[in-house]
Ligand binder design. Structure first.
Ligand SMILES: [Zn+2]
Length: 375
């Protein structure tokens, strides 16, 4: 499958002997060549999920296969200098911040639903999920991810430089969030998802958490919008789609004008209401978790292009909402990189710059993130 991205840094090729020889020759002739390389293969769509920017180390062994769900087919690094890949050497993948990641025990039920919706394969053990997720984050240039879920703290032990942990009200009380934030454990309240319990943002029971977040200056990632299809009939009897309306946040925001809120899933499918909230409350951001890989691609781009087209491209945060399928991370990032309605600047903003600003990263942290990719 030939891929026609806007900046055609991808070469879609079946592994061919001549190509491999050419790569061997180029690596031999240019041992110091440091190229930003993208690889692609003539694979089935599910395998395309693994098409990601290759680490420099691949250059050391140009025949290193990228593991794909089809072990008989391999992707090979295509050097920027290969004929027909003229723009490849202009492609510099910048760092990515994933504002929406989960560290949950694997769930065969959830995995089945994910595969059904997206065609993506899922991890089958907790260990595989951890290993593959960290690998996918690093492969895709993710330098920071905000993670929540039962295993979040354990995951952070494996990658403290990469993962920030978000507190989840319900698992934690106001008192425990305060304490663990002060101890440096929690950097945000996320994912906060009262919609699954049938609660609107303005429900009085949630008020202490918003007050705490405002007091501690903690970012809040709030679930709004889609859940698993038919959730109210199965996994979440109290879930109501009507609680997805982002305008339900208005009174909370007016009570807490310094709240650092990002609406998760950008409130899909409540686009007009989402635009209304962003217009009326300029401090609010959104993330595009799950809609960037689970929705049909056309619908995702329609939604994102409306957010950006309405002038809110500087308040859209990248998020994967990866749960059981590590490959979702690559798919989601690829969709942003391939969005032909985004300028290079807007793409960078969504993948990194907006989150760096929203999280108030220091100049030093930002410089380190950029440096870490060139190592
Ligand atoms: Zn969510």
């Amino acid at each position: 499958m030939t891929h026609h991205g806007r900046r055609s840094h991808i070469q879609a090729v079946p592994p061919h002997r001549d190509d491999l020889d050419a790569i061997d020759m180029l690596v031999h002739e240019h041992p110091g060549l440091r190229a930003d390389i993208a690889a692609a293969c003539e694979l089935q769509p599910v395998a395309l999920t693994e098409l990601e920017v290759l680490p420099t180390s691949v250059l050391a062994s140009p025949r290193t296969p990228i593991m794909t769900p089809m072990p008989s087919l391999y992707c090979y690094a295509m050097l920027a200098l290969l004929p027909g890949c003229a723009t490849a050497n202009q492609f510099t993948p910048g760092p990515v911040i994933d504002m929406h990641l989960h560290a949950l025990p694997v769930s065969p039920e959830n995995a089945r639903a994910i595969t059904e919706i997206s065609g993506l394969s899922c991890a089958t053990t907790d260990e595989e999920l951890l290993t593959e997720t960290l690998a996918a984050l690093r492969r895709n240039g993710v330098v920071l991810a905000l993670v929540s879920g039962d295993n979040a703290l354990a995951w952070q032990d494996h990658a403290p430089e990469l993962l920030w942990v978000g507190a989840q009200p319900g698992r934690e009380t106001v008192a425990s969030i305060r304490r663990l934030h002060q101890e440096g454990t929690y950097k945000a309240i996320a994912e906060f998802s009262p919609q699954y319990a049938g609660l609107a943002p303005g429900d009085p029971s949630l008020e202490p958490f918003f007050a705490l977040a405002e007091e501690l200056d903690l970012p809040v990632g709030y679930h709004m919008g889609l859940g698993p299809p038919g959730a109210a009939y199965t996994v979440a009897p109290e879930y109501r789609m009507s609680l997805s309306n982002p305008l339900l946040f208005e009174e909370v925001l007016l009570r807490h004008p310094n709240l650092r809120l990002f609406v998760m899933h950008a409130g899909w499918p409540m686009l007009d209401e989402m635009l209304g909230l962003l217009h009326a409350h300029p401090q609010v951001y959104v993330d595009i978790g799950v809609i960037d890989w689970a929705l049909p691609e056309k619908e995702f781009h329609h939604y994102l292009s409306r957010l950006v087209g309405a002038g809110f491209g500087d308040r859209v945060l990248f998020g994967s909402d990866q749960m059981d399928s590590p490959a979702a991370i690559g798919v989601a990032i690829r969709r942003i990189r391939d969005a032909d309605y985004l300028s290079a600047e807007q793409e960078r903003a969504i993948l990194y710059d907006n989150a760096a600003r929203f999280l108030r990263l220091s100049d030093e942290e930002i410089a380190l993130h950029h440096e870490s990719l060139s190592r």
